[in-house]
Each structure stands twice: as structure tokens, then as C-alpha cells.
Design a protein around this ligand. Structure first.
Ligand code: GNR
Ligand code: NI
Length: 172
């Protein structure tokens, strides 16, 4: 397993739409391992493949609490097939936008179809933090970031700050 470097805003890779996984093979399972190791190291509760530079539709999540057993979940080709009318608000962050947090309103519950690491079709109904995290990660597969769900004023501010930081890093 390998910890991979994270892709950071404003890298245009984060705006790319990821391609479906054609076949769940050992390379896909190895990538899932690397994604989980990278996520735990960060630390974060979710990671989309594009965040380590792989534009394919897979993501990992672990929303277990610190005092609980680790519960790594991997979703290949996930699709939201149902959303609740009820909404909930969470303070979100993103490993690709370090140290920035904002409240985002999303459907409270979602039903998601996906393929597991054995290649089997599955379905999950999620609520709470898992539902929020699934939506945040599936957004990544479509080139959408959580800052796209906040005001344009705040978004422009964040993008500007990270663009400046990337420029300063380039000349340092
Ligand atoms: O670690 C993460 N925490 C988090 C908190 C609230 C809502 C979503 C997330 S996902 C984020 C990791 C990440 O950037 N995944 O793409
Ligand atoms: Ni993210």
C-alpha cells in the first residue's frame, strides 16, 4: 500500500469528469488500498480516485468514530438513484481544499447503487454523515467540489486564495 500525494485546488484535474470502471480487477483493488491508506493518513473520512490523480469512478469512505473499529467502504461506479426531500446541513471540508470548512445543505438520505471490490452489484441506503460523504465524493466523480454549493462570493475567495498559494509555491 502506498500513500499518494493529494491533488489540491485549483488543479484542473479536480474539474475532470471521471470515467466508469470497466472491470474490477487487481489494479482496481490495489488502487482502493492506496486510496484508503492515503485517506487514513490525511486523515479524512472519504476520498475519490481523482484526488490522487486517477480519473475513474471509485471512492472510499470510513465514517467510523475514533473509538470504533475501522469500517473501510469502497464504491465502484456509484450512482445516486434516490434522494430524500428532507435536507440536512453539515460543515464540510475537503482534502483537496485543506483547512477550509463551510456548511453545505444536501438531501438527508440517499439510495446509491454501486459495484463492490468483488465485482458484485450492490445498493445502500445512507443517512447522516455517510449520506453527506457519499454525495460529496460522488460530486468529485463529476468534477464538482463542495465549494460549488456555497455562495459565489465565498467560492471566489477560496479559489483566489488557493490560486495565489499555488503560484507562490511555484516560484519558491
Ligand atoms: O475528510 C473529509 N471530511 C468531510 C467532512 C464533511 C463532509 C465531507 C467530508 S469528505 C472529506 C474528505 C474529502 O475531501 N473527500 O473528497
Ligand atoms: Ni473532497
Amino acid at each position: 500500500m502506498t500513500i499518494k500525494p493529494l491533488i489540491i485546488l485549483p488543479d484542473p484535474l479536480l474539474r475532470q469528469v471521471s470515467a466508469p470502471v470497466e472491470r474490477v480487477d487487481d489494479a482496481v483493488r490495489r488502487l482502493a488500498d492506496d486510496m484508503l491508506e492515503t485517506m487514513y493518513d490525511a486523515p479524512g473520512i472519504g476520498l475519490a480516485a481523482i484526488q490522487i490523480g486517477e480519473p475513474i469512478r471509485m471512492l472510499v469512505i470510513d465514517v467510523s468514530k475514533e473509538d470504533e473499529e475501522k469500517t473501510p467502504l469502497t464504491f465502484v461506479n456509484p450512482e445516486i438513484v434516490e434522494r430524500s426531500d428532507a435536507l440536512s446541513v453539515y460543515e464540510e471540508g475537503c482534502l483537496s481544499i485543506p483547512d477550509y470548512y463551510a456548511e453545505v445543505e444536501r438531501p438527508e438520505k440517499v439510495r446509491v447503487t454501486y459495484v463492490d471490490l468483488a465485482g458484485a452489484a450492490r445498493e445502500i441506503e445512507a443517512d447522516g454523515l455517510l449520506a453527506t460523504c457519499l454525495q460529496h465524493e460522488i460530486d468529485h466523480l463529476n468534477g464538482t467540489l463542495f465549494i460549488d454549493h456555497i455562495s459565489k462570493l465565498k467560492r471566489d475567495m477560496v479559489v483566489k486564495k488557493f490560486t495565489k498559494a499555488a503560484r507562490n509555491k511555484a516560484v519558491a
